[in-house]
Ligand binder design. Sequence first.
Ligand code: DOR
Ligand code: ZN
Length: 344
Amino acid sequence: MDRLTITQPDDWHLHLRDGDRLISVIADTAARFGRAVVMPNLKPPVVSVAMALAYRERILAARPAGSGFDPLMTLYLTADTTPAQIQQVAATPEIIGVKLYPAGATTNSEAGVTSLDALAPVFEAMAEHAVPLLIHGESIDPADDVFDREARFVDGALTRLRARHGALKIVLEHITTADAVAWVNETGPLTAATITAHHLLLNRNAIFNGGLRPHHYCLPVLKRERHREALVQAATSAANTGKFFLGTDSAPHSIAAKHSACGCAGIYTAHAAIELYAEVFEDAGALDRLEAFASFHGPAFYGLPRNRATLTLVREPWTVPDTLSFGDELLVPLRAGERVRWRV
Ligand code: DOR
Ligand code: ZN
């Protein structure tokens, strides 16, 4: 197959940043995806409906001319989030869910959550109003091994949360381990997960290949090969009838922020997102299942219609630029200077 036409896909987990940086990156996403779930980890975080709606307006204004790209907004959960705010979210169709960052787990997560128990009334309101909870699933105990933090969180806090709030819709974001795949599979129809292209393509060797590779550093960190294989199986197999769908977690940082003594976590993939997923599905002999993963399962879980437009991929290798502009700085995209097999 050298040509593949699918229903236009959506990106169910994306970082768009703000200001000039937003203007630099949005065209990559808008050229591929009909909609994207936009993460709220700005500085300051997007903690209110008014902030989310104002951010949405800035995103709409930054779209390339003629683009119909539709940003689906999220609210950043903090210890101060109230059930009344959840009611407001439920009444605001532009906001699709609430994002849980364990405090300190990742970029701009300092305002995140330290006690899930204290937020029980908020989770109850979310279940009642069918507002999904989007979770960065990593433990924040500094004693936990960084490669084990997802499994720790799944076994511990997440299992308790699921048991206590059976009616809550949960999306476990950017899963990276066989443990998370198994948990999502075992956990009923109200639980789903997104999977990034980079976690499907790379294992943790990519962080240390011939030297330290900051552009392969993200959170949750890349894992060993057996976990990557479990993710590929979850995404591409016929058994994926809806629990696993596309979420790039494309997370741009400037070169200066990455090339630093304490480099930021995040991999930029929006410039080639659906093309990279196509490589994964092709290598798994499952190109015919890319459309369900990229375009059907996400809207089904969120209760939204599928996109009506289509997108065509052709097998036509191209070379990714070494750098892309990012506000008044530069970023290094995934595969910089190397080939991508498919083109939109
Ligand atoms: O690698 C990551 N980068 N993981 C996250 O959870 C956040 C993101 C970012 O915002 O840069
Ligand atoms: Zn993210």
